[in-house]
Ligand binder design. Sequence first.
Ligand SMILES: [Zn+2]
Length: 341
Amino acid sequence: MTSESATNATAPIVQQDLFLGIDVGGTSVKLGLVDASGTVHAKNALATPSLGTPERVFAAAIGFADSELSSGSCKKANLAGIGLAVPGVLDAQEAVLREVVNLPGWQGKRLQEILSEVRDLPNAVVNDANSAAYAEHALRSLGNKSLALVTLGTGIGSGLVINGSPYGGDHGCAGELGHIAIRFGSNAVRCTCGKRGHLEAYAGSKGVVRQLHSLAETANNSDLRAALSTGDVTPRDIASRAQDNCDLCITVINQTAEYLGQAIGQMAQVIDPAVVLLGGAMTFGGKQSKVGQRFLETVHSTIVDTTLEQVGNNLKVEFASLGNDAGVIGAAMVAQQVIAS
Ligand SMILES: [Zn+2]
């Protein structure tokens, strides 16, 4: 790696190792040629449904890399490895997806073998949440430290990097934060997984809207009840109303932050990571807004209130930085890590 390449993404690259990152989602496949420092030198996105099977997706991805390396912005660079990030429950030992939605034809396939058949290069397969977490970890130069990236939206998940390496667990389910129980007993709200009291039922986007609904009914707030009756109120709308001083919206965001803080606190008490990041679609405005900053502060203070001092007080809680490119960067860097080890 040269310092010019790390700071100037548009400069032509000469004889540098690049890694192809492939981040597969249900609607699009994101591709990137990434150097050892995590700088993206070329990227593209393709529609997943039109590509279909892993064989076709990988062939298209290699086609993109070859084109960039032969005549595009990465001319003369060397393709050193391929990293693949996939959603769902990944058996990391076998590189096989055991459970996945929206990717027909992917479950049960030996992904590493198919990648090798398409191009015989070192490769690695990683869960997409862990891939994004690994990219954020590399960005912060955390070395052998641990990090959790919590993604907030309809579902709540987390990517884990433990001691400097992505960690998926023995059954591909490590970091499934949405299914940590925060309430117990027969009155606890039922989760999408069928069990009761899970975080996702309270702090996933549907749970947040349901709680606002319940508060608006109790307070007999006709304005909010009318808005909620349309069924289109989103956490983004709730953040915007909170910005305009809607008390009930502020309350529901606070409550959500407390639920999250309780669950993240449990995870932090077990893993004792250096950093926890909040990302995904439901950050209530993120660090750019006062509402988002208060949300983050309440998550953090709840973690501090519910964990040992050494855990909560030493833990950094921040918003994620990399957004949409995180999966591609992380996949490429995991491939690099495999080659280096
Ligand atoms: Zn659940």
